[in-house]
Design a protein around this ligand. Structure first.
Ligand SMILES: [Zn+2]
Length: 190
């Protein structure tokens, strides 16, 4: 059975184990250059507890500043990542823009071709309209059936007049013949 001295011996052995482990730990920390007594940044003394626990090279304040800076660097890194994403987005946007400009150019060229074809047809329609207008004007200037009828009537009238004149001339010619015969027969008697 354990008595008082056994307990003390065991307790002492355990304490020795703990001390040995602690001194090994301290030796390791010292070998890593850790556990500085003063802060690397500001030179303030570092409390022993902190020094041994985390092998600190900086006081609590300087550690906090350094961590903030690290966070900011992390922020800068994430910003860089965002920038890369943005650049990719811009490249994609440019590609989309180039494709859209290409499609627009093709569409405009196609429409211009259509437009020139429409213009050609329009010009031909215009020239046909012009010719039709001329023909209509010429047709309007042609004699109408009533014009032709009136002309026919006038020709008939002139024809009748000419007949009358012919008859009168024949009568006149006979009178001249008679006068000539009379003059000749009287000249023979004188
Ligand atoms: Zn410090």
């Amino acid at each position: 059975m354990f008595d008082e001295s056994d307990y003390e011996r065991a307790s002492k052995l355990a304490q020795n184990e703990i001390d040995a482990a602690l001194s090994r730990h301290r030796a390791q920390q010292a070998a890593r250059g850790a556990g500085r007594e003063t802060c690397l940044e500001c030179g303030e003394p570092i409390p022993a507890a902190r020094r041994l626990a985390v092998a600190a090279e900086l006081c609590v304040d300087c550690q906090a500043i350094q961590e903030r800076q690290a966070n900011m660097t992390g922020g800068a890194m994430s910003w860089t990542l965002n920038w890369t994403a943005l650049r990719f987005s811009l490249d994609l946007l440019m590609l989309v823009g180039v494709v859209m400009v290409g499609i627009y150019s093709w569409w405009v060229a196609r429409n211009q071709a259509t437009k020139s074809a429409i213009d050609t047809v329009g010009e031909r329609v215009y020239s046909v309209e012009e010719r039709m207008t001329r023909v209509e004007r010429d047709i309007r200037n042609l004699p109408t059936p009533s014009d032709l009828y009136e002309l026919n009537q006038r020709i008939a009238t002139v024809h009748g007049d000419l007949r009358e004149i012919k008859g009168a001339l024949q009568g006149l010619s006979r009178a001249v013949d008679l006068m000539n015969e009379h003059l000749i027969s009287r000249g023979g008697r004188d």
